[in-house]
Design a binder for this molecule. Structure first.
Ligand SMILES: Nc1ncnc2c1ncn2[C@@H]1O[C@H](COP(=O)(O)OP(=O)(O)OP(=O)(O)O)[C@@H](O)[C@H]1O
Ligand SMILES: [Mg+2]
Length: 347
């Protein structure tokens, strides 16, 4: 039985739910170790941070010394976390590096290397949460290479190493994917059963699960936002649209691109079918984290892949909207454009 960690959800501590398949996969990884860094990419808010925190507990239960960094964490004490067994090494590195928190990713790699030297044939795990935003997506490759070096050219002998990196930045996939320095995995929103467990944790009156599933597509962050907005989907869409700059995105498109985008609301695979005309558009939608290229369903998925096709949720065989809310934000921006930006479109 896996020890389940607690995670903050809608401002409360809840137990990490579901993701059974992912936990089994992590269990296997813990037994084997990883020969390459694993880069896990997935929609914003699908649960990557929660999974990595759960992975920390699982790996520690397998005897790993874990170093975990999350440069974007809200609380200082959550930026760098580690197994107490490496405390001495951590304190030494923090003392030696000036302003360690401004270069926490380097610091963590340093800690892992030193831990390999100071512990007898250790099992070491390095978990890096959303580091590419912090180091700059242009440096994603360099850091992945540094992590590969740690595994391939370790400063001392180790028993096993596990290196996991998460990212919600669409561009990392292409940047990291073009080298053979890491294995890319995709993680999707929660499957229906697991999502229902999260939904059941929410207090107070709620819309029926079928409606909530249709708005969120199983994304726990969207669920959180809907709950906080008193289940007013319109508010959540408007906030998302503002964050993503979808109005500007649509305003900057050519006529053909806008036409393809309109079709992609119904069927995101149009983006592949008309790629010749839509390459730039696909780049923009990826960069703004609105869509994900979903590829094969049976290769390199963390947990359960999305269904082969689910038009209601905006999931195609090749491309998928990150969530139905993301698609709705774009739909409204297109409507606003055709209504000469009439503000009532958003109400
Ligand atoms: N399996 C789970 N059990 C309980 N809560 C979860 C689970 N997965 C995610 N959550 C909660 O859902 C919210 C969003 O998850 P999380 O922050 O892990 O997503 P993320 O993929 O890391 O997002 P981002 O792309 O912004 O980094 C958080 O409040 C998190 O605690
Ligand atoms: Mg995260």
């Amino acid at each position: 039985m896996v020890r389940r960690v607690s995670t903050r959800f809608t401002g409360r501590e809840v137990e990490f739910v579901d993701r059974e398949t992912a936990l089994r996969q992590l269990d296997e990884l813990a037994d084997r170790g990883t020969r390459f860094p694993l880069v896990i990419y997935g929609p914003e808010g699908c649960g990557k941070t929660a999974l990595l925190r759960q992975a920390r507990a699982l790996l520690e239960d397998h005897g790993y010394h874990v170093v975990y960094v999350n440069p974007l964490a809200e609380r200082m004490e959550e930026i760098l976390e580690y197994t107490p067994s490496v405390r001495g090494v951590v304190e030494e590195v923090l003392r030696l590096v000036p302003e360690p928190y401004s270069r926490i990713v380097d610091v963590a790699i340093n800690i892992a290397g030193k831990a390999m030297r100071s512990l007898p044939r250790p099992k070491i795990a390095v978990l890096m949460d959303d580091i590419f935003q912090a180091v700059g997506t242009d440096k994603a490759e360099i850091y992945v290479k540094a992590l590969l070096n740690l595994i391939e050219w370790p400063p001392a002998d180790y028993e096993k190493a596990v290196v996991l990196v998460t990212s919600s930045e669409g561009v990392t996939r292409e940047r990291v994917g073009r080298h053979n320095w890491a294995v890319m995995y995709v993680m999707w929103n929660m499957p229906r059963d697991g999502f229902q467990q999260l939904y059941d944790l929410l207090p107070g009156p709620r819309p029926p699960i079928g409606d909530v599933w249709g708005w969120t597509g199983g994304n726990p962050r969207v669920l959180e936002r809907l709950h906080e907005a008193g289940w007013n989907g319109g508010v959540v869409v408007r906030v998302l649209a503002g964050e993503k700059g979808v109005v500007e995105l649509v305003g900057g498109l050519s006529g053909v691109e806008r036409e393809v985008l309109l079709q992609a609301l119904e069927d995101p695979d149009v983006l592949l079918g008309r790629y010749g005309e839509a390459a730039r558009l696909v780049g923009l939608l990826t960069e703004k984290n609105l869509i994900v290229r979903v590829w094969d369903r049976d290769l390199n998925w963390v947990d359960t892949p999305p269904p082969e096709r689910d038009p209601a949720l905006g999931i195609g065989r090749h491309y998928a909207w990150q969530t139905p809310m993301h698609r709705e934000a774009v739909r409204r921006a297109l409507m606003a454009w055709s209504n000469k930006w009439d503000a009532s479109t958003w109400r």
